[in-house]
Design a protein around this ligand. Structure first.
Ligand code: FCB
Length: 456
């Protein structure tokens, strides 16, 4: 049996805007996601997070639900606009109290809160002043983080600064699919990457200054890269895209410098990167205690010479031959994402080798499947990814926890409510929660601290 180390954290993950609803309650200010989701045509079906899973009101019931899954960790995010409704200035005590009660209720159940400070809900008032393109936002984030450490630092052991900085830039600035909705703005994208990394560094500095004894890291989404063929052009863009998605963030946080090859590519497109100022790299290069990794899939790369801004595209081949062996056809989630558990092992081994073996917590891993309750595909997905995770641990990768995305079906950003990631089904008419087969299976894994056979 594949057993996990003692004390391994088995968790479920959510984020504030995706589940809370109650967007006007108790002094919360608007965020960029309120504005964006209320702009007609931006979100599939014109859905928005006004009600979502109504978790803000149903949190007690949800803590019971989380406990019923036998997990010992719960990753959630604090909505910045509930704490600082305009992103700066006075603290909103009602907002602070909400998360304080949630944290206490989790601890009473023996569940470790894993708190994300930024899961994309920037206060709209800060966006009005330039948002993450404006360097001042970094300091406002450091203030918000400090408020949270003061309020919860005595009880929270696990902190995450920024969730998925690459996705924020990619979808919010390059493709215009997420708030704040810019298109083809490469300068905006890379400026925002830099400011998000600076915000991470400043939040870590303030955490150390706060004197609290917990652990802090960030949660990038990482994708292992493979060339679509042996063609040197494909091999070359594979390395480049890895620089774009993975190394741009990890090299800075772990080594204190941007990767030269990727920096040269940006400079070729944009000229000098003036937003990088003296001292910034040191600010970002703070020692962290662990690395959160969101893993969903691999990227298989094909060269497209001359394409802008990047001369490549991501392809999904019919068959794959790599270290994982030959796969006859690549299975996919309902969202079309290829399901490649062995690439998960590859990724973890590679991060260990390249970045000094940081303790790793899987902060997200999950998939969209349509079945409401009897979700055999998700059961299989969990089995295969937990198994791949165990393979990495056997190869000496220091993995300390795994949080499945997601606790329950929720507002999946641009895709609205149509695509379901939950271990728990949510009926959006009644808001009733029902544990799916996958939730029951995951609960067995968490209880056993081992991979269990889904058919037993
Ligand atoms: C990640 C996000 C998370 C959720 C999952 C499916 O990119 O961090 O909020 O949307 O994807």
């Amino acid at each position: 049996m594949k057993r996990f180390p003692d004390g391994f954290l088995w968790g479920v993950a959510t984020s504030a805007y995706q589940i809370e609803g109650a967007v006007d309650a108790d002094g919360r200010g608007p965020s960029i996601w309120d504005s964006y989701s209320h702009t007609p045509g931006k979100i599939d079906n014109d859905d928005n997070g006004d009600v979502a899973c109504d978790h803000y009101n149903r949190w007690r019931e949800d803590v019971e639900l989380i406990a019923s899954l036998n997990v010992n960790a719960y990753r959630f995010s604090i909505a910045w606009p509930r704490i600082h409704p305009t992103g700066r200035g006075a603290v909103n005590q009602q907002g602070l109290d909400h998360y304080s009660r949630l944290i206490d209720a989790l601890l009473e159940k023996g569940i470790e809160p894993v708190v994300t400070l930024y899961h994309w809900d920037l206060p709209q008032a800060l966006e009005d002043d330039g948002g993450w393109r404006n360097r001042e936002t970094v300091e406002r984030f450091a203030d918000f983080a400090t408020t949270c450490y003061e309020a919860y630092g005595d009880r929270v052991n696990w902190w995450l600064t920024i969730n998925e900085p690459w996705i924020i830039g990619l979808l919010g600035y390059l493709h215009g699919l997420h708030a704040p909705g810019y298109h083809d703005d490469v300068l905006g994208e890379v400026t925002v990457f830099h400011h998000l990394l600076l915000a991470h560094g400043r939040a870590v500095q303030e955490f150390r200054r706060s004197g609290h004894g917990g652990k802090i890291g960030f949660a990038p989404n990482l994708s292992p890269h493979y060339p679509a063929s042996d063609d040197p052009a494909d091999v070359d863009v594979t390395r480049a895209s890895d620089g774009y998605v993975n190394r741009w963030f990890l090299d800075l946080v772990y080594n204190g410098s941007y990767p030269d090859d990727m920096r040269a590519r940006y400079e070729e497109l944009l000229g000098p990167l003036d937003f990088i100022r003296a001292g910034d790299l040191d600010t970002i290069h703070q020692p962290t205690d662990y690395l959160g990794i969101n893993y969903y899939s691999f990227r298989m790369m094909q060269a497209v010479p001359g394409d802008k801004p990047w001369p490549w595209r991501v392809v999904v081949p019919d068959t794959v031959e790599t270290t994982g062996g030959f796969t006859d056809g690549v299975p996919r989630t309902e969202a079309g994402t290829p399901i490649v558990p062995w690439a998960f092992t590859d990724l973890l081994v590679r991060v260990r080798d390249d970045y000094g073996a940081p303790p790793i917590m899987i902060t997200e891993n999950g998939a969209v499947f349509p079945e409401p309750l009897h979700d055999a595909a998700r059961v299989q997905f969990i089995h295969d990814h937990v198994s791949a995770l165990h393979d990495a641990i056997e190869q000496g990768v220091p993995v300390i926890g795994y949080c499945h995305w997601s606790l329950m079906d929720n507002f999946e950003w641009k895709l609205g409510y149509a695509q379901r990631f939950g271990l728990v089904h949510v009926d959006y008419d009644t808001l009733e929660r029902t544990v799916k087969d996958s939730g029951r299976y995951y609960a067995r894994i968490a209880a056993a601290n081992a991979l269990v056979d889904p058919t037993e």
